[in-house]
Structures are given as C-alpha cells and as structure tokens.
Ligand binder design. Sequence first.
Ligand SMILES: Cc1cc2nc3c(=O)[nH]c(=O)nc-3n(C[C@H](O)[C@H](O)[C@H](O)COP(=O)(O)OP(=O)(O)OC[C@H]3O[C@@H](n4cnc5c(N)ncnc54)[C@H](O)[C@@H]3O)c2cc1C
Length: 421
Amino acid sequence: MVDADQTFVIVGGGLAGAKAAETLRAEGFTGRVILICDERDHPYERPPLSKGYVLGKEERDTVFVHEPAWYARNDIELHLGQTVDAIDRTAKTVRFGEDGTVVHYDKLLLATGAEPRRLDIPGTDLAGVHHLRRLAHAERLKGVLTSLGRDNGHLVIAGAGWIGLEIAAAAREYGAEVTVVEHGQTPLHGVLGPELGALFAELHREHGVRFHFGRRLTEIVGQDGMVLAVRTDDGEEHPAHDVLAAIGAAPRTALAEAAGLEIADAAHGRGVVVDERLRTSDPDIYAAGDVASFPHALFDTRLRVEHWANALNGGPAAARAMLGQDVTYDRVPYFFSDQYDLGMEYSGWAPAGSYDQVVIRGDAGKREFIAFWVKEGRVLAGMNVNVWDVTEPIQKLIRSRAQVNTENLANPHIPLEDLIP
Ligand SMILES: Cc1cc2nc3c(=O)[nH]c(=O)nc-3n(C[C@H](O)[C@H](O)[C@H](O)COP(=O)(O)OP(=O)(O)OC[C@H]3O[C@@H](n4cnc5c(N)ncnc54)[C@H](O)[C@@H]3O)c2cc1C
C-alpha cells in the first residue's frame, strides 16, 4: 500500500501526540493523519501551567505546541473535545465522540498521557479542592492564588512533588499562606532521595512555606460547600481556604486495557507496555509520552517517564517507527523545574535505593551546584542547580557508564568533559 492510502490515528493531543503528527508530515507521510483529543484546547505544553502561566508571567497563547492554523495547513484532521472510547483491534478502528464516529487506522498511536490522582478522603467534593493538569485548571488556580494572596488566605497542598512545590512557590509569590502535607520525610523523596529533598525543604521554608512531613490528609473540613480546614492523620487541624491535591498522576491506560494491550505492573509504572520502538503488544499500535512504559537498556529496566522531554522526543520517535524507520528510543530521561530563583535540570534515573553516594560539585549552600547520584563509581543521574549548559556532559557521563573518580567529580575545577572516557 502506498503512503497516500494509509490512515494514521493519534489518540491524545498533548505534546507527544502533536509532535508525532508534526513528525509524520516532516518525514513526508502523505496519508491521512487524524488527531483526536478530549480537550477543547489545541495541543499545549503543560510546564507553564505551574510556573509562568499560573504566575501571570506567560500569556495563554504562548503555551500551544502549534498555532491553530498549523493543523489545517499540514492536513492534520483535528477532532477536539472528543473522547476515543473504544479500539477494535480486529477491524482496526477507533470509535470517538458522542455520535460514536468510527474511523479505520493502519497505524495507531496512543498518547493519552496521565491524569491527577484523587484524594480518597471526605470533603474532596468541596468547591475549594483543586487539581492541576489542564489549562482550565491553571486558569482557575490563577484566580484562586490571586484572591488568596489579596486576602491573606491559606492554601494547603497535599504532596511535595514537583507540581506541589512549584505551586507552593507560585502561591508564596502571590502572598498566600502555604502549608504542604507530605507523607514522605522530605519533598521529592522518591526522585531525589533524602539528601537533595532536604535542600528543597529548606528553600521553601526560607520563603515561608510550612511543611508537615510524615503526615497524610484525612479530611477536608467544609461549611456551606466551602473549605474551612484540613485534618491530618495526627488529629491536627490546619486552616485552609483552598486545597490542591498534588499527589501524583496515573497513566491513562483504560482504553489500552479495554483493547487487551499489555499493561506494565506497578513496579514499572503501570503504563502501556511498549518495546524499544515504542510498539505495544499489537504491532500496529504504538504508545508514547506519559502513558508508555518502555525498556531502557542503560538502566536495565522498564521506565515510565512523566516529563516534558519524554513527550517531546517520544512522540516523534513513535511517528518514525510507525513509518517503518529503524528506531531505538533510549533517551536519557530529563526534566526541569523552576521554584523562586532556583532553576534546575535533572538527567538520568536514580530512585531511592539505587545509588550508594551523592556527590556534590559546587556550593550547595549557595544553591549553585551539580549533584550526582553514583553507584559503585558510576554516575546514574545528575542535577544541575542554577548552573547551566552542562546537560550534555552530564548525559554523556551517564551514558558512558564509566567508573569515575568521585573526588574529581566533586571538583568544579576539573571540566566534566575530562571525566568522560
Ligand atoms: C502542571 C504541570 C507542570 C509540569 N511541569 C513540568 C516541568 O516543569 N518539566 C517537565 O519535564 N515536565 C513537566 N510536566 C510533565 C509534562 O507536562 C508531561 O510529561 C507531558 O505533558 C506529557 O505529555 P503527553 O502528550 O504524554 O500527555 P498529556 O500532556 O497528558 O496529553 C494527553 C492528552 O490526551 C488526552 N486524552 C487522554 N485519553 C483520551 C481519549 N481516550 N480520547 C481522547 N483524548 C484523550 C488528554 O486529555 C490529554 O489532552 C508538567 C505537567 C503538569 C501537569
């Protein structure tokens, strides 16, 4: 069959889906490209939602992946505000929208992303309980933070992960009172471990954030539909006018599961299982972005990565694989965050328990340093904090799997490049 007779369908119009559509056209695919998304907004990038956009420093129209006219210009058939609710793998069709429209696919990409986990406690239906995933959530939160700042109101954040901390920083910039309740002993415990987590706790405390570590919310107390306070599992009550549930995200696998595709177990992120070409257990169906669980030879495990760069690169990689190109998706995981005047980038993968040493290069006290997570002399991950243009050598070091002298690694006078074999 020639290209022009083929139909490629993409489910999910986030960064991975939009970038996959772009790559199909950039690689010269002349068949139909159908992109279906349940959101009404054109595909957009989510990082500004907890940073520049919620702070009112970035305009709404800067978050979109492409300008609206780009889709028609590139002959991408865009169906917004439409949910795909079934895949028929035998007939090779997907069904979407309220009228149950059915379209045939030759290749299908699942780029359905993730959705915020919900608190399972009394009071979550109160008007002042928020989540943050979508542009509409960020718009609402921006209004909430503005009024909390103006009225000296209290925001309670459940979860000291990236989104919880970024919103804590934004809320403090607006002048709101902020309390963070986190069941771990430090922020970002699972990603950074206790050593670097403590640094983030210190940063936020300096800016007036209150933390309750080792605690969980047990109830959101309300009156007349409004939030009044929260209760924690030590029986304490904390004042609150609004609550943000930032307790992580779950991959949107329901569609894949219902279609009988293989899903990873909890230890591997519960995403849709794909191979190194991002192909699922069905050879005509691919998955990329937050929803995919892919094998990573470098770390000798299956990873599900919920970060911008993985959607940015994974969508295009899947598109090339769908076109029959030889693809091995083995990017070093990368993400970034901005909180107050701290900017950081993290490359690699070193969950708690996987490393035996954290090596600091630079001045952690001044928050200008690179941290390396090291196991038996090999660098698993590196995080540069307020130090820039070092991602490439950090990723090369990780990729090299070389044994490094940790004294040299800690010495900022020895260029990182000199440590790469
Ligand atoms: C507030 C926030 C801040 C972030 N900040 C950072 C950051 O600073 N750095 C970083 O590296 N990463 C950050 N991330 C993570 C990053 O945004 C995600 O990794 C990225 O959005 C994943 O892209 P995706 O295309 O895989 O999924 P998504 O962006 O989730 O897009 C999936 C789309 O598919 C739609 N969809 C799902 N199911 C269906 C269906 N059945 N039918 C139709 N449509 C469907 C969804 O509604 C959604 O629109 C942040 C995320 C959030 C929420």
